[in-house]
Design a protein around this ligand. Structure first.
Ligand code: ADE
Ligand code: ZN
Length: 331
């Protein structure tokens, strides 16, 4: 078996993927036509051409505009179905999938259509692909906390147990710089009091201080991205000692220009420091690769050994929110 097939068949969990970031240009075109939504592109090639990013905000502008073609329950089902089929081919057996309710509500889409459509797809993939799937709702951190609290309260009726295909967690995403975790302490308190698991994007573009806050103020059980944590030795030590997993997305960091070279993405550094680092795709339709492409990028680009790759896949299963007995079945 070649190395790519080896990396593909390793059972793995995807713990950092935004379902709206799996919206491929072909689906943007077809849904725009189906739903009569005007878009500023005439072809799939024209859409792909627009995917040149200088920083997080320039990506987010394109990402929010792309999702404007998603309108009803079937659109969300189709979107998620396409992702689950694709991820399954890459050996993903467990997926904990982000979605951005506020980005749809503010366009007039019903929350029930978003969540029921996503659940329809999860139910299909759990039955037919034997995947285990749940959702993590994200609050847009550049909006006021009160806005997040009101959507959270509405979404709580779609909370489920692990493996039910409903919402199990709360996260923060969107423009990080200037929107620290502490801005959302009340929202997270409500979420946790209602049984949601807290995680957060932190240290993606903002300094290590934001990672400290995600851990100390929000009690985040995992850190998403976390690159800037590596500027603070005492933080790295704490993350390793507490066993807080860090979900990295290597291709994102190159496409958004956080790093010039794959060598600079701190995957190997995290492994060497004893951190439970995982590899994920984030927004694969925008950043040019699904989870397997991200595994291949770090394998080839960082000179990792096969045993390191096995460790990364094992970390992903262990860092998931599955019950221990279900993790054991996948390991
Ligand atoms: N929303 C979708 N992808 C994101 C990312 N990489 N960072 C913050 N918000 C996002
Ligand atoms: Zn993300």
């Amino acid at each position: 078996m070649g190395i790519v097939d080896f990396l593909r068949v390793m059972p793995k969990a995807e713990l950092h993927v935004h379902i709206e970031g799996t919206l491929e240009p072909e689906m943007i075109m077809s849904k725009a036509e189906e739903n009569g939504v005007k878009i500023p592109y005439r072809s799939v090639g024209g859409i792909r051409n627009a995917y040149r990013f200088n920083d997080l905000q320039s990506f987010l502008n394109i990402y929010y505009s792309g999702m404007s073609v998603l309108v009803d329950r079937d659109d969300f089902r189709d979107l998620a179905l396409a992702y689950f089929k694709r991820a399954h081919q890459d050996g993903v057996r467990r997926a904990e999938v982000f979605f951005d309710p506020q980005a749809h509500l503010r366009r007039g889409v019903n929350l029930s259509d978003v969540i029921l459509g996503l659940h329809d797809a999860a139910a299909w993939a759990m039955e037919n692909l034997r995947m285990s799937i749940d959702y993590i709702m994200c609050l847009l951190r550049d909006l006021p906390e009160d806005d997040g609290i009101s959507v959270l309260q509405e979404a709580l009726k779609y909370r489920g147990g692990v493996g039910d295909g409903w919402i199990i967690g709360i996260c923060l995403d969107s423009k990080e710089y200037g929107n620290p975790p502490s801005k959302f302490r009340n929202a997270y308190r409500i979420a946790v009091d209602n049984g949601l698991i807290p995680v957060a994007h932190a240290g993606e573009e903002a300094p290590a201080e934001y990672v400290w806050e995600a851990i100390n103020v929000l009690n985040a059980r995992r850190i998403d991205h976390g690159y800037h944590a590596f500027e603070d030795e005492s933080l790295i030590k704490l993350i390793a000692e507490k066993g807080i997993p860090v979900n990295m997305c290597p291709l994102t960091t190159l496409r958004i220009k956080y790093f010039n070279s794959i060598l600079d993405v701190p995957v190997k550094r995290a492994l060497d420091a004893g951190i439970a680092v995982t590899i994920n795709s984030d927004d694969p339709a925008y950043f040019g690769g699904y989870i397997l492409d991200n595994y291949i990028a770090v394998y080839e680009g960082q000179g990792l050994r096969l045993i390191d790759m096995v460790k990364l896949a094992e970390n992903s299963i262990r860092a998931s929110f599955l019950k221990d007995s279900d993790k054991d079945r996948l390991l």
